[in-house]
Design a protein around this ligand. Structure first.
Ligand code: CMP
Length: 753
């Protein structure tokens, strides 16, 4: 993108955020168009235009804005882009319809779908706007290779062959699905250097190439001298999807580093196998290298490597590879791996030769925090040994499939509607919201954008038989909730001034349409921590072939292995099985963990969330109590003529539950209530000694402390995440429609159970 283009982008397409419903789109030509759109729709369009890919580059690059403008200038959606093939158009149309179905309100949906078919000019602009945004996103994805990801995702059923089929009911809109893993292409100038013969490259060219290659992790691990030498000899090449780069059994001549794109490797000769595999753990991406084994050991290629998308490579010829000492570095790394495996007690009975072989077939990998290493740990074909750091085993639990959770929520609804008839039908969802808003004292300055992403993620509230009725019935608790609700109402009113009719319209249209069977409310639970020296994926080694084929007697749940910052060795299970003796198998069998059932996890989650909710309510009551006592104690101790000051105090109390003692710290942020209670008085500030009592530890009153029947579940190392997530087609989303989706789901579940 040149500078000229960059300057243009803002004037071509911009939006005005001031009003909730009416958005102004400004054109380069100076024309202004007012589009009446509902907040959610607009947010969707906006998010699509600004979706960020991992490589930091925004989809809203000038080129797309230009394309968008171009397409908007066209008369009908069909003519929007001449270059577009029939196939692309078909996919775009299908997705567009699906998107309308799920994002746009029911009313709009019907109109739009009808109008798309009739090419009605009245709605043409809106249709084209959304459509072209989508087409451009799709094009972008196709260019960057992400298209394959979108279309080959079986859940989306968007494969070209399937495009004719009805897809709407299978798709719920999720911006996540339109992100691409943008990696950036190898620049043209760098290509020109890399295509030159080594002798023709100048020092300056080598330096500039060095700079760009430093972003590759494989390249960074060499010493600066070797890096410079590599820049002298490195060559560039680019291959499309399905291209076999290395075939098992062939003679090795090159060592490859991936600059962009993805390849997959298979230990079989058949390259087609990689395309039928559902998981991604055999994939290598940007910065990964391959093809070293044959060069180090002077043997034939040990695996087949195929491009999964258009991939750019930097390669080094065998002679250069050996001459420059890269071989020595890689050999040393291999020795470290062999050394580690020799020390590892699981393989203590293995001979040096076997360890050497296994080390060759294994890989050392480094992962940052929160990177998914494997998304189906129980079915994986890899054994992961943690050398440094740790990882976590997670389970995503679909709460809407759990009767206990549904009953719990139903009871809460009943209790709340009888206690607080004036509150909405989702009292607890709101309670989650309130707890986040409670710290805001300046209501008018509050903007909904400040609401954290967790805004719509409700906390399951306390409903334990012994506790809940008392907490809910307590007048004290009621006032707290009441006050908070007013705050939220005020916040909303202040943020979006609109007429009551508009408000009614908005709430009527805010209902989200979704395919209920595809959506659920879920929560991630941590089942296990894999520490240094431990391994994950042992199940694969002891799984019999029969189990593999029939899937019998095995736990088939999806568990995620997520890095918390670690360095691991991944060993193909096949390789371990091939070399494992009886003793090793016995050791492995002993170490295979049976993870707790979903039922047990759910109990633990509910216990934890009840406990957390209980603490929250308790804190609210205590703070209120303390404030009240303070007001009673010092009714006239104000100094007139001074501005009020926000007091922030820390309180602590001890809550005991069986077997534990916990200290809870809470923060109260409030403007002095005494001043508000005296009308006509000038605002005043109390001297610090008077208005700000030193943090006291109030005695927990008998009715609020010590009675919580919490039973720690000793067998499970699990802490319920406080984040509830909506799962869409097996994926996870966290956005503001969650509350509504959850409400609808709950209603459905209540009818079922
Ligand atoms: N288990 C593995 N994980 C990742 N890459 C591998 C694995 N086994 C082999 N390879 C790579 O696949 C390449 C095939 O050619 P080479 O044997 O020369 O070098 C091999 C390694 O670079």
């Amino acid at each position: 993108m040149n500078k000229k283009d960059r300057g243009k982008s803002d004037s071509v397409f911009s939006w005005n955020d001031q009003s909730a419903n009416v958005r102004t789109v400004t054109w380069e030509t100076g024309k202004k168009l007012n589009i009446k759109m509902y907040e959610k729709n607009w947010k969707t369009v906006k998010s699509l235009m600004t979706v960020r890919s991992r490589g930091k580059k925004s989809l809203q690059s000038t080129r797309y804005v230009r394309q968008l403008r171009y397409s908007l200038d066209m008369d009908t959606p069909e003519n929007t882009d001449q270059e577009e093939s029939e196939e692309e158009r078909q996919i775009a149309r299908e997705l567009l319809l699906a998107r309308f179905k799920n994002v746009v309100t029911k009313e709009y949906d019907m109109t739009f779908v009808a109008k798309v078919k009739e090419h009605d000019e009245q709605h043409c602009f809106q249709i084209m706007l959304l459509r072209s945004v989508f087409v451009n996103v799709l094009k972008y994805a196709m260019e960057k290779g992400g298209h394959e990801k979108i279309t080959s995702d079986p859940r989306l059923r968007l494969k070209v062959n399937h495009a004719q089929l009805r897809t709407e009911q299978d798709i719920a809109f999720d911006p996540e699905q339109f992100k691409t893993d943008y990696q950036g292409y190898f620049p043209k100038w760098a290509k020109e250097i890399a295509l030159k013969a080594p002798g023709d490259r100048t020092d300056k060219e080598i330096d500039t190439l060095n700079k760009i290659l430093k972003q590759l992790k494989e390249f960074r691990r060499y010493t600066p001298e070797i890096q410079r030498l590599l820049c002298k000899v490195v060559r560039y090449d680019r291959f499309g999807r399905h291209r076999v780069i290395i075939r098992k059994g062939h003679v090795g001549r090159r060592f490859y580093i991936i600059y962009s794109g993805t390849v997959a490797f298979t230990l079989s000769k058949d390259d087609c196998e990689v395309f039928s595999r559902p998981t991604e753990y055999y994939n290598l991406g940007k910065g990964d290298a391959f093809g070293e084994l044959a060069l180090i050991r002077n043997v034939k290629r040990s695996a087949t490597i195929v491009c999964l998308q258009t991939t750019e490579f930097l390669y080094i010829e065998k002679e250069d590879f050996t001459e420059m000492g890269v071989v020595d570095i890689l050999r040393r790394e291999m020795e470290i791996r062999v050394e580690f495996l020799r020390e590892y007690d699981l393989f203590s009975t293995w001979s040096q030769d076997v360890l050497q072989k296994v080390a060759e077939e294994s890989r050392s990998m480094e992962f940052g925090n929160n990177v998914v290493i494997d998304n189906n740990l129980l079915q994986t074909d890899m054994l992961y040994v943690v050398i440094e750091g740790r990882c976590q085993v997670l389970r995503l639990l679909d709460l809407t499939q759990r009767k206990k959770w549904v009953n719990l929520r139903r009871n809460q609804k009943k209790l709340c509607s009888s206690e607080f008839p004036e509150t909405s039908s989702t009292p607890y969802s709101r309670q989650g919201t309130y707890s986040r808003l409670s710290g805001l004292s300046n209501v008018t300055g509050y903007n909904e954008r400040m609401i954290p992403r967790t805004f719509s993620q409700p906390q399951p509230p306390p409903t334990e038989k012994h506790v809940q009725p008392r907490l809910v019935k307590s007048a004290h608790c009621c006032t707290v909730t009441q006050r908070r609700e007013n705050v939220v109402k005020e916040v909303k009113r202040a943020s979006y001034p609109c007429t009551s009719q508009e408000r009614r319209d908005r709430s009527a249209n805010s209902r989200i349409q979704f395919e209920q069977t595809k959506v659920g409310v879920g929560v991630f639970l941590s089942l296990d921590i894999i520490e240094k020296g431990q391994s994950a994926g042992l199940q694969g080694v002891v799984r019999t072939d029969e189990d593999r084929l029939l899937g019998s007697n095995t736990d088939k749940r999806h568990l995620y292995l997520v890095s918390k910052g670690c360095f691991i060795i991944s060993i193909p299970v096949e390789s371990v099985r091939k070399h494992a003796d009886y003793k090793t198998i016995q050791k492995i069998q002993k170490r295979v963990k049976a993870y707790p059932s979903d039922e047990a996890l759910l109990d633990c989650y509910l216990d934890t969330t009840r406990w957390n909710a209980y603490k929250e309510v308790l804190m609210g009551r205590m703070i209120k109590d303390i404030e009240k006592r303070r007001c009673e104690r010092k009714p006239g101790s104000m100094v007139p003529g001074m501005a009020p000051v926000k007091q922030e105090q820390t309180y602590s109390c001890v809550i005991s539950r069986p077997g534990t003692q916990r200290t809870i710290y809470g923060r109260s942020q409030s403007t002095l209530s005494q001043q508000e209670s005296i009308p006509g008085k000038r605002q005043a500030r109390l001297p610090r000694s008077v208005c700000s009592p030193s943090p006291t530890i109030p005695k927990p009153s008998p009715e609020i402390g010590g009675e919580y029947p919490f039973k720690p579940t000793a067998t499970i190392y699990a802490q319920g995440s406080r984040r509830n997530l909506v799962i869409v087609n097996g994926r996870i989303r966290t956005n503001t429609i969650q509350e509504e989706v959850e409400e609808q789901l709950l209603n459905r579940c209540v009818q079922v159970y």
